[in-house]
Ligand binder design. Sequence first.
Ligand SMILES: *Cc1c(COP(=O)(O)O)cnc(C)c1O
Length: 372
Amino acid sequence: MNMDDIPQAEAGGLLTIDLAALQANYQEIARRVAPALCAAVVKGDAYGTGLVPTSKALWQAGARTFFVALLSEARSLRATLPEAEIFVLNGLFPDTVSTFQEQRLLPVLGSLEEIATWRAFCTRTGQALPAALHVDTGMNRLGVSPTEAINLAEGRDEIGFPLALLMSHLACADEPDHPLSARQLEDFRAIAALFPDVRASLANSAGAMSDPAFHFDLVRPGIAVYGGRARRDIAPLRPIVRLALRVIQIRHVHEGQTIGYGAAHTALRPSRIAILSAGYADGIPRLAGASDLRPGAEAIIAGRRCPLVGRISMDLLAVDVTDVPDALVSAGDWAVLLGEGLTLGDLARHSHTIDYEILTSLGKRYCRRWTY
Ligand SMILES: *Cc1c(COP(=O)(O)O)cnc(C)c1O
């Protein structure tokens, strides 16, 4: 199944999303957190894997509740999944309120101002439309304060619309036993007790992989569903992304010659260098490149791991294939950057970043394929 506009023959990279692995990951998390329900977070174009095909696959796997960040994402998702429950994490922007109603979306209200705006809209239209309430328990990003939440609980009648969900977000759940997680859990539990009839949700992927006390009624995993690492001490689930890059040519480089911008890499022996057709414009971080001072990421060519050499350019990168037999690599071949044992974590580590950023940066110039 190829839903993309860029034909493989013309693409510098082939990005394959394994929807069967995605579904297996979702179902594995859902199984672990039962009887809590498992939502799916599909913001950021489903973490770079394609909102439409990925959300459809998650729905088939049993997901009924979805979280996006933005209204634009919610609109695409609504067109894809007419029956899904869709929460919009970034809340209400001015002049967007009626779209929530038209598209049957639930804003996650994260301030008293947003609550007042939603209430005013409900009053004006004469419809008590449901919304989620976000309580901040230590992230200091979005959400009303615990004190504001307590005041809201005491004046439930004045809220003016039904609460579909009470939620908070963990700041440090990826680090096992971080003291802030225990404090957030305690505070959220106390607030949730004031809203006994409202579904409660605290856990992201890392929280879903943690003690069941974190699960409440609904968990909100993102990264773990996409095969990324959620907690430092727990292995990721199945990888779902494979990225192969086109070999444009093989060059012979003499000992002592340098490769790429800044002459950052010097060949220490006569070398064969494969030039691949992707670069930082495709979301491959510049920090994944190599220099004489530090190694970079690796690519797999003809089944062998080969080091990246020199800086990553906008549209090109170089790989040392000297140890690959001549007959096994030539122009037109594909080199694997993610997959065949090369993980998101490997590329993220070399790039001083996290699996999330690698995934959500995956380029728009690839030929993208979704397979089962
Ligand atoms: C992104 C996000 C999630 C999902 O987090 P992961 O770490 O990817 O599982 C859950 N809840 C909120 C509020 C988020 O912003």
